[in-house]
Ligand binder design. Structure first.
Ligand SMILES: Cc1ncc(COP(=O)(O)O)c(C=O)c1O
Length: 308
């Protein structure tokens, strides 16, 4: 998906013009994947743009950095402020937000500890991640032949740039085979997540999603959807799932900051449920998008209003 350019990017404490936000080709992260990042969205509300779960995303960024011994040279409060500043500077009402912390230029060799830590926050308009009609029609997915990186090789507790090369293998395999997205199994054969989304199944009105320990990212949309579903009266469980649990589900859907709540209509050429967005998925989408727009009082604390 081509990027829609805007004016400014926040880089190491300053708002710089879009085309001047550059790093050296010998930056450590380019060679060894030594970066951590976040994906966040800001939504349009009647009070102007509001960032969805900003504090949670900033906390996860610090947890990811800690795992890789990266000291972020700004406080969480400063990054919250920088996020608001860069959205305002670009005059955006809604956008995707990409904070990135990398090991920069100055050292070569695998040891990252003496390389500087650079911080970037970029924003740009980004529509539905899996295609404009995906939120309604759903997507076709393939269980990947690639396994998800194990907890003791590249831990899924961190959102590190390097581990996404695993997601890239699965994503490209699924696209080349004519599907929209992939789901990876762990080495034990349990479902983990998509290349950039968590997964849920619905059976007899009960929602189930794999536990974090299966090897999926501790998704913020995943927790949000679990909370919304329970508030709507659904039973929600975290259990290991195998691929046939997807084939035999009444409904299945992805959750993620980029993908939001995207129905899954086919898995490995087997139709899931009725083959289109099911009633539970639709109800959850309705509650989710109302909350992102600031229309739900009980979920107001999930929004950080940019102009406040
Ligand atoms: C592998 C993977 N799983 C799940 C998710 C969903 O996480 P979140 O809802 O926090 O965006 C993402 C996106 O960040 C991801 O990259």
């Amino acid at each position: 998906m081509p990027i829609t350019e805007v004016e400014k990017i926040w880089m190491d404490g300053e708002l710089v013009p879009w085309h001047e936000a550059k790093v050296h080709v010998l930056s450590h992260a380019l060679h060894y994947g030594s970066g951590v990042f976040e994906g966040i969205r800001a939504y349009e509300t009647s009070r102007g743009p509001a960032v969805w779960h900003l504090d949670e995303h900033v906390k996860r960024l610090y947890r990811s950095a800690k795992l890789y011994h990266m000291e972020i040279p700004y406080s969480p409060e400063a990054l919250v402020q920088a996020t608001k500043d860069v959205i305002r500077a670009n005059g955006l009402n809604a956008c995707y937000i990409r904070p990135l912390v990398i090991r920069g230029y100055g050292e070569m060799g695998v040891n990252p500890l003496n390389a500087p830590v650079n911080v970037v926050i970029a924003v740009w308009p980004w529509g539905a991640y899996l295609g404009e009609d995906a939120l309604e029609r759903g997507v076709r997915i393939k269980i990947s032949s690639w396994r998800r990186n194990g907890q003791n090789s590249l831990p899924s507790a961190a959102k590190a740039t390097g581990q996404y090369i695993n997601s890239v293998l699965a994503k490209v395999e699924s696209l080349k085979a004519g599907y929209d997205e992939a789901i990876m199994l762990n080495e034990q054969g349990s479902i983990t997540d998509g290349s950039g989304e968590n997964v849920f199944v619905v059976r007899s009105g009960v929602l189930t999603t794999p536990p974090i320990q299966a090897g999926c990212l501790d998704g913020i949309t995943r927790s949000t959807v679990m909370r919304i579903a329970r508030d709507l009266g659904y039973e929600v469980g975290e259990e290991n799932l195998v691929r046939t649990d997807l084939y035999n589900a009444d409904e299945a859907f992805f959750t993620g900051t980029a993908a939001e709540i995207t129905p899954i209509r086919e898995v490995d050429d087997r139709v899931v449920g009725e083959g289109h967005r099911g009633p539970v998925t639709k109800e959850l989408q309705g509650a989710f998008f109302a909350a992102t727009k600031g229309e739900t009082d009980r979920y107001q604390s999930w929004l950080t209003y940019v102009n406040d």
